[in-house]
Design a binder for this molecule. Sequence first.
Ligand SMILES: Cc1ncc(COP(=O)(O)O)c(C=O)c1O
Length: 409
Amino acid sequence: MTTKYLLSEDQIPRAWYNILADLRSPPAPVLHPGTKQPVTPDDLAPLFPMALIEQEMSPEREIAIPDAIRGALALWRPTPLHRAQRFERALGTRSHIYYKYEGVSPPGSHKPNTAVAQAYYNAQAGVRRLATETGAGQWGSSLAFAGALFGLKVTVYMVKVSYEQKPYRRSMMHAWGAEVFASPSDRTQAGRSILAKDPSSSGSLGMAISEAVEVVIGCHGGGSNFSGIALPFARDKLHGKEVRLLAAEPTSCPSLTKGRYAFDFGDTVGMTPLVKMFTLGHEFMPPSIHAGGLRYHGAAPLVSKLLDEKIIEAVAYPQRACFDAAVTFARSEGIIAAPETSHAIKAAIEEAKRADQEGRTRVILFNLSGHGHFDLGAYDAYFAGKLEDFDYPQEAVERSLRSLPAVAM
Ligand SMILES: Cc1ncc(COP(=O)(O)O)c(C=O)c1O
């Protein structure tokens, strides 16, 4: 039986898929934070190069990938699709479990897929420095790596709790030439205003295979890895195919399972455009769990729209159960997953168990969004019994939702 399904480099896609072309209705517009009117390309121009703005608004189903980006992606793509035979045996399930392994990229996750493209278009537009935020450190490492490929300087504001927990993520970003600051920092107006209110703030983060896939799973923080694995299958579903698409999030930051579908800011201070998304309120402060990349109050607008229309589903799990799942996986498949990814592993186990109870054999695909080599402190805490679960109460969510901006649409 094949363990790894590998494509050749010339099979790296030549176009990105844009689900906007297949949606039943257009997504809600993005609103200007001041006027609360739909943003125009000119409003976004101070933040993003025009090529990215045009892409964001494009109705085209396929958007050509420039050769320079395909060349950079070829450093690690195509990523392998594994059949998790040993994991299946460890679970004793009759279902077939596959995972797409994104941990083979230089920074160790799915994030450079978009970081490389964003750095390329910025460099093409003459931008010389990029500033970004990072939660768990994966996004910051990915942009630092991409910046190095296209000659851009990169400044990373890293959520303070991760900055302190993961010094080697910082070293990695330094190795690619980026500068890294703990966030909130005193270098920006936004950071200074947060520190003025709370000086000790710990920060938060605002294939086809031969068998028919029946459940597609990804963990969910902001929505990028889930979208990457699930949206091509969502296209099939919108065209009538039976497939379940499941986003797995932490019970301590339950934006999809307990949040409201409303217009909100993407950041904590309230400076970004307003987007319609499942949100816990931009002032929501999740507890310091070890899956730092899942501590975000909102969700991607497209993922939110698909959830609202019931094209996708969402589940939430507490962190200890997710680490149990990740350890079972590491002891069967060998890969030590990022704490974020452990949520997808937990969901895959639950789906396999449910199929067994129903006496069915399902084909389950999950995204192994990144390895956990810089998260071993979290594994240490788990083995030492120091991890705590937190189920965010609905009343506390309701309180935090009071910070939602009033919007007429
Ligand atoms: C390995 C890994 N998986 C998943 C996520 C969650 O982000 P997203 O939902 O945007 O994929 C992160 C974010 O830091 C991550 O590092």
